[in-house]
Design a protein around this ligand. Structure first.
Ligand code: A3P
Ligand code: MG
Ligand code: MG
Ligand code: MG
Length: 331
């Protein structure tokens, strides 16, 4: 049953699910057609089995191929959304770039995606959450990271790559899409899309909470941007194990999947496009993504691009993880 007038933010969410999936296809195409080199076998820790490492041959690609995938994926997302909503504030990591008409999605509103959202609204007692119902286009800002986990894309860990589209209303992330172009589902379908909106829950994965008391803490952080402050925070968390993997979006997905408990990154380096989608989805699951003092970032269109005060993300125990990022007491 089509709703009388769908809230614009939910039309935008449905369109974002569609274009994120299409951007994922572009990234896969670039990797498969790019300059590939198979490097020696590498040993890597499996997030779900932190004490076991697997030795696998990995295929790398060039930074040029990553740049091409970044630009084409961003053009697909931003140009497709802008055709439907020319006045929408959209900020992409790759800045103002052109691209080929071939990558633009002519009809951004996929009926199936919109139908899923309509059905959720119809079943929800109380109908559409007022935050989503009331939002007008001028209050919305969209943050796009067309390819998060760039380094890992070039170094043979494409499973760390995500496409991120975050939707903020008056500066607060209220809806988001994380697409994993290289996710291998049980039915061998490639690609997975996780999305959420304020009050509508998380879709595309079943959120799992780990039993920390029984199984100990597992914390994750960057694989390619280490810093002494990060190492201090990891030590303070006294985890059963530490996972070092690429991608801000990827680490949020692993928290939702119950592979680890927190993403600790008490360092500058990430930007609003890295965290807007993940913050919206984590919040919809009852979790948090804040700066290392526990304050929320502002995602309005004119906000500073950098997350200058680090990133701490968790489904629960957020205050504990914040406490781990406190600088050592002045001696
Ligand atoms: N010190 C730094 N300098 C540049 N980019 C950084 C950074 N720290 C984190 N990032 C960016 O933040 C995202 C997550 O980082 P990581 O994978 O290390 O956890 C990546 O986004 P992109 O891959 O989209 O550039 C990465 O490039
Ligand atoms: Mg990124
Ligand atoms: Mg990126
Ligand atoms: Mg980058």
């Amino acid at each position: 049953m089509a709703l009388a007038a769908r809230p614009v933010v939910l039309e935008l969410l449905a369109a974002s699910i569609n274009v994120a999936r299409r951007a994922g296809g572009i990234i896969r195409d670039v990797l498969s057609s790019g300059e590939l080199r198979t490097v020696d076998k590498v040993r890597r820790r499996l997030p779900s089995l932190p004490t076991v490492t697997a030795v696998t041959a990995v295929t790398t690609t060039t930074a040029a191929a990553a740049g091409k995938a970044d630009r084409r994926a961003q053009h697909c997302i931003i140009e497709s959304l802008r055709r439907r909503w020319p006045a929408l504030a959209i900020i992409g990591e790759e800045g103002a770039i052109g691209g080929s008409e071939h990558d633009v999605v002519a009809e951004v509103l996929d009926a199936a995606d919109q139908g899923v959202i309509d059905a959720i609204l119809t079943e929800r007692s109380g109908g559409c959450p007022s935050t989503l119902q009331k939002a007008t286009l001028d209050q919305i800002s969209v943050w796009v990271d067309p390819l998060d986990g760039t380094k890992e894309f070039t170094e043979g860990f494409p499973e760390n790559v995500t496409v991120l589209i975050g939707i903020a209303i008056n500066g607060t992330p209220e809806a988001g899409v994380i697409h994993q172009p290289f996710f291998k589902a049980a039915n061998s379908v490639t690609g997975r899309t996780i999305w959420a909106a304020h009050g509508l829950g998380v879709h595309g994965t079943e959120v799992k909470w780990r039993n920390v008391a029984r199984d100990g803490r597992i914390v994750a952080t960057t694989r390619s941007h280490p810093s002494p402050a990060i190492e201090r925070a990891l030590a303070a968390a006294q985890p059963a194990s530490i996972v070092r993997i690429g991608g801000a979006g990827n680490k949020i997905v692993h928290i939702l999947d119950g592979d680890f408990d927190a993403y600790l990154f008490p360092s500058p380096g990430t930007s609003k496009w890295d965290t807007c989608a993940g913050e919206a989805i984590l919040r919809a699951a009852g979790g948090h993504l804040t700066d290392q003092s526990g304050a929320s970032y502002d995602y309005s269109a004119k906000a500073e691009l950098a997350n200058a005060r680090g990133v701490v993300a968790s489904l629960s125990d957020h205050a504990f993880y914040l406490s781990c990022t406190k600088p050592p007491a002045q001696l």
